[in-house]
Design a protein around this ligand. Sequence first.
Ligand SMILES: [Zn+2]
Ligand SMILES: [Zn+2]
Length: 262
Amino acid sequence: MSVNGALLRLTVLGSSPAVPNPGRACSSYLVESNADRVVLDMGTGAFANLRCHVSYTAVSAIAISHMHADHFIDVVPYRYALKYGDERPKTRLPLLLPPGGEPLLRAMVAAFAREGSAGDFLDESFAVGTYDTQHARRVGDLEMRFAPTRHYIPAYAMRVSHGGRTLVFSADTAPSEGLVEFARGADVLLCEATLEPGFEEIGERGHSTPAEAGAMAQQAGIERLVITHYSQHVGAEAIRADASRSFAGEIILAHDHLKLDV
Ligand SMILES: [Zn+2]
Ligand SMILES: [Zn+2]
């Protein structure tokens, strides 16, 4: 139940890991209140899925968790829509990048932007900025916070709150005490489970199994766990069974277009 009828709704736009599952996009999640909408990540194929739910001009901001292509590459088709699409917004769309992300994105688009226009490629359509991991940020009536995860490159979990309800998105992460603390008290943890049940990641760790996602949710006192960023070939039952070894609450498997009131 939400406070005063306030709404915080999650729509999954992309539930795949870096290798897209058949018919599914990579990491992207629409989180909306009654008045505002933020898109967390804009992975491969996610822009077309966004259009199934809302006008691309009705989004208040995009926030990118980290600069792996499966989390941001559809910023490019989003830019084409803002510049050439049938709806052209009058203001630029805030694009909130992780610390260090802006030079990478600019270098990438410079490789295919028309000569002399590389500087405008993003800036005509987006208000490009970097989020501050030390302070909360408002996107309309949504409050956002960011915290580092345990991944191969700098990556940031995101906490979105409105009307007394809170969703935490893990981004990509290995098991992380920092994420557990960051997620404490949230209503829903949207957590990656890239690794197959029982898989032991050797050396530097950057991802989690379903059981590890469940353990983080359990330690954080979460009641509803949404598992995402998983390979479809593993099978829903195997993922559920593994997560339930360590998590006593409700387990929901993300799929593209899933809607959930937080
Ligand atoms: Zn990923
Ligand atoms: Zn990643």
